[in-house]
Write a protein that binds this ligand. Structure first.
Ligand SMILES: C[S@@+](CC[C@H](N)C(=O)[O-])C[C@H]1O[C@@H](n2cnc3c(N)ncnc32)[C@H](O)[C@@H]1O
Length: 342
């Protein structure tokens, strides 16, 4: 697990420069293919698909916490600059929370829970499915995947763009960006999660329903409608009737989706009740700032996340200023044929 506390006291790198000036990688600057691809992404893709690059930009800018050398290539210049400017402003204003910190913590939380889940399966080697994989580079950066077949599910154009960037990186002189697969294997599954055939496409790509699996739903459920999100969760729950399963997913509460009601749809205020109702057990809910969702990245004890954690979850607006209590819940849950059939 990449735990910044082991290298840097309280999240500040040893040289006391938490945010070095943004320098675009040579490959991004010099490769016509990668630059024109990102130009096309910006002009042709909708917000939903572009969120893949935006998320990668967050990981690229939080490089003192997340080791993801491919993130800047996947993000592209526009998204890198946009998040960099926000971080710069936050630092100037001595903000209690720096832009992108949720994303950094979320990434590290999924990394650590994935590693723990894989080691909990006898002999390792569980399959790993990333739904709405976007520009996730776990298959190239996590050694815990060395015995796992990984499946990345996303829209075809997102996966095609990812493959093109990886090919450009592999062919470049810049060895820092050469992608080296750390997973046993990687299959890209072009599918729309709102259609009925994505599970079938996953199986055609080699996913074995009877072999243990870890499902990663990171930054995806709230982009779906309520009925589509519930259908996806039910399909995974049904698969638990066949094999031992771990589900890792993040959920927005209702107030969080009001931040952009045109982008975010599905919400759940009590995912720790929803998942057991679908047949999952051992459900654990974490909030940003909890001991397992902190990673030394929240310096100021008065930060917003600590305030939220100290309020009952049923409270919808901050008592101090009446602003919405938007929360991101991080959930881990188990499924098993023995448990779900009982
Ligand atoms: C915010 S990004 C998160 C990407 C990745 N999980 C990560 O954390 O870096 C959301 C991703 O979900 C994908 N997505 C959204 N709706 C989808 C759908 N109906 N079918 C397949 N992928 C979808 C988008 O294309 C995008 O790549």
């Amino acid at each position: 697990m990449n735990n910044i506390m082991s290298n840097h006291e309280n999240g500040i790198p040893e040289d006391n420069k938490p945010w070095p000036e943004l320098k675009l990688p040579e490959l991004l600057l010099n490769s016509g293919t990668v630059r024109s691809l990102h130009a096309a992404i910006e002009s042709e893709w909708d917000l939903l698909r572009r969120s893949a690059c935006q998320t990668a930009a967050g990981r690229a800018l939080w490089k003192q916490a997340i080791n993801d050398p491919l993130a800047e290539l996947f993000a592209g210049e526009t998204h890198l600059k946009s998040i960099y400017e926000k971080i710069k402003k936050d630092l100037l204003n001595n903000a209690r929370e720096i832009s992108g910190v949720i994303l950094a913590i979320r990434t590290l939380w999924f990394d650590s829970k994935l590693e723990a889940a894989l080691s909990s399966f006898d002999g390792g080697g569980a399959q790993v499915v990333l739904l709405g994989a976007g520009m996730d580079a776990r298959s190239y950066r996590l050694s815990c995947l060395k015995q796992s077949s990984v499946f990345e599910v996303d829209f075809p154009e997102v996966l095609d763009a990812k493959a093109t960037i990886l090919e450009a990186a592999a062919n470049s002189k810049d060895k820092n960006h050469h992608p080296i697969l750390t997973a046993k294997s990687l299959s890209r599954v072009a599918a729309d999660l709102t259609e009925d055939n994505w599970l079938e496409k996953l199986q055609i790509s080699g996913f074995e329903p009877k072999k243990s699996a870890v499902w990663i739903l990171e930054g995806i459920l709230y982009y779906l409608s309520h009925s589509h999100a519930m259908k996806v969760l039910k399909i995974i729950a049904e698969n638990c009737n066949l094999t031992d399963t771990v589900l890792l997913a993040d959920f927005m509460n209702k107030q969080a989706t009001t931040l952009s009601s045109s982008t975010f749809h599905f919400y759940c205020d009590w995912p720790d009740q929803l998942l057991p109702s679908l047949g999952f057990f051992d459900v654990k809910l974490s909030q940003i700032g909890d001991p397992d969702a902190h990673f030394g990245l929240l310096q100021d004890p008065l930060n917003l996340f600590n305030k939220l954690r100290n309020l009952p979850r049923s409270i919808q607006t901050h008592p101090d200023d009446g602003t919405p209590c938007g929360r991101l819940y991080l959930l881990q849950a188990s499924g098993s044929p023995n448990q779900t059939s009982s």
